[in-house]
Design a protein around this ligand. Structure first.
Ligand SMILES: Nc1ncnc2c1ncn2[C@@H]1O[C@H](COP(=O)(O)OP(=O)(O)OP(=O)(O)O)[C@@H](O)[C@H]1O
Length: 326
């Protein structure tokens, strides 16, 4: 667990991070979202002591992070930096092996770990002997993540980990990232200025502006219960799509009228799929004569319905959320 208490950073007397406090629970992903220059990267770098705060305290699992040497702290914190930052003169394998080698793992364990991580990231084994310049942007990004995970750190900090990727690759890697089992129990803090990425990956979002937290909460809270005008305006231009993105089929389920014709094509969705992703997948399917099956993993149960009934449920749930907050 990470506890940040009244952290500030000032340059030339101006606070670029201004008395920020929050907690990140074990296994939780907190996204730092905000406009350019709002202090996200500075805040992230204070968590692994790359930047020294002007005031405030940071504790990890109860211990002040300044209690030990910065190098010791960094060994348990994986870090994916902006623009990937691979060492150009090292092979991919050596890049991935950086931290295990610092930790003086034996050769066989390092080699096994490299093989495991290349596989995990969907990269071919032969890539280990290539150099960063011989990889595509998406492949480099995967290597950057593999390197951060190399020594299996309990905490991972990610600064724009999918920046510099085209939107299609970006989305694909985000989805893969979300499904990586290795990351399930990790405590993560991720910086992005991409609102959809924040909703996709964050358990909670911390929206920053001018060095201050404007709101911290679940994606649904930020969209449907904005704390102030800044938060409302920040999401305004994409509001409708964002409403579709934060609501999952699980949240709509109580309002979805069942429909089962018993025949015809069925498209199966997991409950955790967002309404936006559901609709995009349905739009891509030209044949309208299908049924929708929503799978509830806990109950191992299927809920059958139709596209128009999903829209009705979405509008009902949205109305309820809006009214609750008036
Ligand atoms: N070493 C420094 N000296 C002076 N000012 C700095 C320094 N580092 C950062 N700043 C300023 O602090 C502010 C916050 O920068 P930071 O990089 O944390 O923002 P950010 O939210 O991560 O932005 P971006 O999304 O553009 O990366 C900016 O105004 C920046 O110019």
């Amino acid at each position: 667990m990470i506890v940040v208490e009244g952290i500030s950073k000032a340059y030339n007397g101006k606070k670029v991070v201004d008395e920020v406090s929050f907690e990140v629970k074990k296994g939780e992903t907190l996204v730092l979202l905000g406009t350019s220059g709002s202090g996200k990267t500075t805040l992230l770098k204070m968590l692994n002591r790359l930047i020294q705060p002007t005031e405030g305290k940071i504790r990890i699992d109860g211990e002040d992070i300044t209690a030990n040497r910065a190098e010791t702290l960094r060994l348990k914190i994986g870090y994916v930096i902006q623009n990937i930052g691979l060492f150009p003169h090292y092979t991919i394998a050596r890049n991935i092996a950086t931290v295990p080698e610092l930790l003086k793992w034996d050769r066989d364990s390092v080699d096994d770990r490299i093989d495991f991580l290349l596989k995990l990231m969907g990269l071919p084994e032969e890539m280990g002997s290539r150099y960063p310049a011989e990889l595509s942007g998406g492949q480099k990004q995967r290597v950057g993540l593999a390197r951060a995970l190399a020594a299996d750190p309990p905490i991972v900090l990610l600064d724009e980990p999918f920046g510099a990727l085209d939107p299609i690759t970006r989305r694909q890697i985000q989805t893969e990232f979300k499904e990586l089992e290795t990351l399930l129990d990790k405590t993560m803090v991720l910086v992005t200025h991409d609102v959809f990425e924040a909703i996709e990956l964050g358990d909670r979002i911390c929206l920053m502006h001018d060095g201050k937290i404007q709101q911290i909460g679940t994606p649904t809270e930020l969209i449907f219960e904005p704390a102030n005008d800044f938060v409302w305006n920040y999401f305004k231009s994409q509001r409708f799509q964002l409403e579709m993105k934060v609501l999952t089929l699980r949240e709509l389920l109580p309002e979805i009228e069942p429909f089962d014709s018993g025949e015809g094509e069925k498209i199966v969705f997991n409950e955790e799929t967002s309404f936006l992703d559901t609709m995009e997948r349905l739009e891509a399917n030209k044949n309208d004569a299908f049924q929708i099956a929503i799978f509830n993993e806990e109950k191992q149960d299927m809920h059958y319905t139709r596209k128009d009934k999903l829209w009705v449920a979405f509008n009902k749930v949205k109305e309820k959320l809006i009214h609750r907050n008036q």
